[in-house]
Structures are given as structure tokens and as C-alpha cells.
Design a protein around this ligand. Sequence first.
Ligand code: FAD
Ligand code: NAP
Length: 287
Amino acid sequence: MTEMTPVTDAAATKAPETPKKMAVPDAQTVTAVQHWTDRLFSFRVTRPASLRFRSGEFVMIGLMQTDAKTGREKPLLRAYSIASPSWDEELEFYSIKVPDGPLTSRLQHIQPGDEIILRPKPVGTLVHDALLPGKRIWFFATGTGIAPFASLLRDPQTYEDYDEVILTHTCREVGELEYGKQLIEEIRSDEMLAELIGEGFHEKLRYYPTTTREESPKMGRITDLMRSGQAFEDLGVSPLDPAVDRAMICGNLAFNLELKEMFEEYGLEEGANSDPKHYVVEKAFLD
Ligand SMILES: Cc1cc2nc3c(=O)[nH]c(=O)nc-3n(C[C@H](O)[C@H](O)[C@H](O)COP(=O)(O)OP(=O)(O)OC[C@H]3O[C@@H](n4cnc5c(N)ncnc54)[C@H](O)[C@@H]3O)c2cc1C
Ligand SMILES: NC(=O)c1ccc[n+]([C@@H]2O[C@H](COP(=O)([O-])OP(=O)(O)OC[C@H]3O[C@@H](n4cnc5c(N)ncnc54)[C@H](OP(=O)(O)O)[C@@H]3O)[C@@H](O)[C@H]2O)c1
């Protein structure tokens, strides 16, 4: 028989040392997780019944963390673009894994059935309402900046509003393009979207992926490919024109600034929800 430690009165009444687990506020349940590379994953969660959002917007999501000083549990939140379209029953997110990142070092380990915090207050500038009507829309992304466009590209309004839709995605390595590649395949094989997009010569959707540090069919930063004229030649379109083109940008800070400067040279002006114009910008992350 194993020896039992005698329980004294003091020990019996002592408060537990680990803090009581708090219920997760604004909890949503993870329904699926997919890992794309050692730095990228996507996941789906249940959608709050009352959540309405415009494709392209972002929300704050996170996990509970223990405050080192007080020992209390509190929410650790970060901005995340909703990657699913506004009509979807669930919400999808596409995420980086920052090895020592306060949130993503833990978030990358979520499993179906786990709970995350999702603050139901969607906001953002990458929305159709912030642009004037046009003929062609460009979505310019680097890395996880493709997330808001994964939402907009699955929204029928995108194809109803424009004759041509062009997604450019620049990443360092080929594996980082896989989420976008599968997204485009999914859209092209979706019955409802395929009908809006059309086929062959008349297809509205164009996809222009490029890599900068690993060999792929199209190498180079999109900014350089536009400056040299190569991107326009490859796509068979004229350089940007405020009478025709509308654009949304989502990438790292330097990328956003470089494109903004180029757009202004083409005569495009930056819009906002309250003042729709030719293009809109949002950071994919804070540098
Ligand atoms: C409007 C907005 C929308 C965003 N949407 C997304 C999204 O859809 N998916 C997503 O993964 N992140 C997104 N982010 C970034 C996100 O908010 C967090 O920064 C990210 O989840 C990392 O959190 P963390 O706590 O692990 O590290 P943090 O302390 O937040 O970041 C640590 C460092 O990691 C780098 N980093 C952070 N995020 C990224 C990223 N996405 N890609 C490359 N490097 C990064 C930066 O250098 C940053 O300084 C968005 C940010 C903003 C402002
Ligand atoms: N991706 C990785 O494999 C990797 C691995 C380890 C650590 N990290 C770190 O993680 C952070 C984010 O990396 P990330 O690869 O997700 O994002 P990133 O550094 O923003 O690069 C994403 C893509 O954008 C391109 N780009 C950068 N600035 C640009 C500009 N001004 N104009 C046009 N294109 C531009 C990059 O090209 P260039 O390659 O020419 O810069 C790259 O192809 C960085 O701090 C990085 O050091 C990344």
C-alpha cells in the first residue's frame, strides 16, 4: 500500500495555488486547422449568430493569458483579417507563426474543439464601399496580407462590380503561395462563383503569384515587375489608370508605402469608408 500524506486542517483549508480558470469571453470554437508551412497556418471557427461584417474587414481575436504580476487571467488580443466571405457560416483566418510572438507562439497549437476569443466588432478599409466604381480591381498582397482578399475574392459582389479582378501575391518562398493557389482553385471550381467569373478568354479572375527568394515560374517583387512594365505585359493590361483601375493593398509597411507612391504617380487617390476614391491600404501587421 502506498503511504498517504496526512492531511492537516491547515492544508485542507489552504487556497488552491493555481488561479481558477476563467470562462473565455466572446468564445468561439475552432472547427478546423490546416498547417501550410512551418510559418503559416489557417483555421476556421464558429461564427457568432449576430456577427455581420463586410468582406475585407478585420476583428480582434486571441487567447486568455495569465498576468505575470497578478496571476489573473486576461485576454491577449491581436488584429486579424477575416479570410472568409461575409456569406460564410463560419469564420476563417490565415495566420503567421511568430516563434516568440506572444499570441501566435500559442495560437499555432490550437486544435478543433478549442476556444478562442473573438471580439465581434469588425472594422477596416479594404472594403468595396471605400472605392469609387471602376472597371478593373487589383488586390496587391505580400505574405499573410492575402487574408482580406481571400474574403473579397469569394464575395460575388467583387465580380458583379468589376469586369476584371487581379490578385498579385508576393512571398519569399514557393510554399508560402500554396494557400492562395488553393484558394484560386476553390473559387474556380465553386459553382456559384465560376458562373460569375466566366471561363477561358472571358474569365474575369487573374492570379499573379511571385516569389523573391526561391525559384518559381515568376520571380521578383511585384513593385519591381510593375516598374519594369513586365507585370502589365504578362497580364496583357495597360498601366494603372484612375478612369479604369481600383486597387486594394495589404502587405508589410515598406510594400504599402512603395505602392502608394507608385499609385499617386499614376494619378490614383487614396480612399476611405467616408470618402471613396481609387485605392485603399491596410497593414498586414505592425512592424
Ligand atoms: C489590421 C491588421 C490585420 C492583421 N491581420 C492579420 C492576419 O490576417 N493574419 C496574421 O497572421 N496576422 C495579422 N495581423 C498581425 C497580427 O495582429 C499579429 O501581429 C500576429 O498574429 C502576431 O502576433 P504575436 O502576438 O505572435 O506577435 P506580435 O508581437 O504581434 O508580432 C511580432 C513581430 O512579428 C512580425 N509579424 C507579426 N505579424 C506578422 C505577419 N502577419 N506576417 C509577417 N510577420 C508578422 C512583426 O515583425 C512583428 O513585429 C494583422 C495586423 C493588423 C494591424
Ligand atoms: N518568410 C520567411 O521564410 C521568413 C523566415 C524567417 C523569418 N522571417 C521573418 O518574418 C518577418 C516577415 O516575413 P515575411 O516573409 O512574412 O514578410 P516580408 O518580409 O514582408 O516579405 C514578404 C514578401 O514581400 C516582399 N517585399 C518586402 N518588402 C517589399 C517592398 N517594399 N516592395 C515589394 N515587395 C516587398 C518580400 O520580398 P524580399 O524577399 O525581396 O524582401 C517577400 O517576397 C520578417 O521580419 C522576416 O525576417 C521570414
